[in-house]
Design a binder for this molecule. Structure first.
Ligand code: 5GP
Length: 198
């Protein structure tokens, strides 16, 4: 039987660069599984059902919640986002370390429902840098940038509820930090392979 994998929750404000850091982490480390979330928002160009997200209607999403199929879920910008429970359990039991990239309300739900989860907060180097990154996307109106910035600042205040804070001033270094966190978590007594000395 393989050892049960870790449950890694990664959050961070919009513009902190969590997607880029995780991409870099996946090139450095084997045995990771990225959970595919469900959402009621519409697909963006290039997003594929079952890969980027499972795109569900609001009725279907509510039914999945009712049936107990969501490990966590949250309302974010007028839509639901949630983590399907089945694949997370299945992959962890196969020994994979499962990564959830989710916002802070969902992360706090996981904190309370899964005692053994490891919560990592990706912190942008400064508010000025966050603002620069949000503007660099160039896709949002000034009003939206301001709202996102306010939300991001509020999210930063929840960082102290996480187990680790990783500063993303340089993508590869931030990914390396998460790699080290995973290694350290695996060395905790509860997660180590059981070794019996006769
Ligand atoms: P986007 O619409 O930009 O893809 O995602 C919006 C926010 O929802 C991001 O902060 C993203 O991390 C978060 N998110 C994505 N999937 C989930 C999920 O399964 N649960 C929760 N709680 N948040 C999610």
């Amino acid at each position: 039987m393989p050892e049960r994998g870790l449950l890694l929750v990664v959050s961070g404000p919009s513009g902190a660069g969590k997607g880029t850091v995780l991409k870099s982490l996946f090139t450095k480390r084997e045995g990771l599984f990225s959970s595919v979330s469900a959402t009621t928002r519409l697909p963006r160009p290039g997003e594929v059902h079952g890969e980027s997200y499972y795109f569900l209607s609001k009725d279907l999403f509510r039914q999945e919640i009712k049936d107990g199929n969501m490990l966590e879920y949250a309302g974010y910008c007028d839509n639901y986002y949630g983590t399907p429970r089945g694949p997370v359990e299945e992959k962890r039991n196969q020994g994979y370390d499962v990564v959830l990239e989710i916002e802070v309300q969902g992360a706090m739900k996981v904190r309370h429902s899964c005692e053994d989860a490891t919560l990592i907060f990706i912190m942008p180097p400064s508010v000025a840098e966050l603002e620069k990154r949000l503007r660099k996307r160039g896709t949002e109106k000034e009003e939206v940038v301001q709202r996102r910035l306010e939300t991001s600042k509020a999210e930063v205040h929840t960082a102290s509820a996480y187990d680790y804070i990783v500063l993303n001033d340089e993508v590869n270094r931030a990914a390396h930090d998460i790699d080290c966190i995973i290694t350290a978590e695996k060395l905790k007594p509860g997660n180590c392979p059981k070794i019996f000395i006769e």
